[in-house]
Design a protein around this ligand. Structure first.
Ligand code: ZN
Length: 81
């Protein structure tokens, strides 16, 4: 059995605070910056980890709610005297 806690993590390069590996990709790393490279590595591994988890246990599709057409009784025509 494997247990992982939820992780909330932030990392920012002090020299290139605007660099976002998700949006910019590895090609946007300036001057071979090691910190930006690490951010890109972390992003890559995170994406791979999520894909592995999804492969191991695919998301269960949500059940569609059944239509409620016949649930409400008619207010007219069913009153007996
Ligand atoms: Zn950087």
């Amino acid at each position: 059995m494997l247990k992982l806690g939820s992780i909330r993590w932030r990392g920012k390069c002090s020299k290139h605070p605007g660099y976002d590996p998700y949006l910019d990709g590895r090609g946007a790393i300036r001057g071979g910056c090691e910190r930006c490279g690490l951010l890109a590595d972390i992003q890559t591994r995170h994406t791979e980890m999520l894909a592995l988890m999804k492969r191991f246990a695919p998301a269960v599709p949500k059940r569609r709610a059944e239509p409620h057409n016949n649930r409400q009784t008619s207010l007219f025509g069913e009153i007996e005297n």
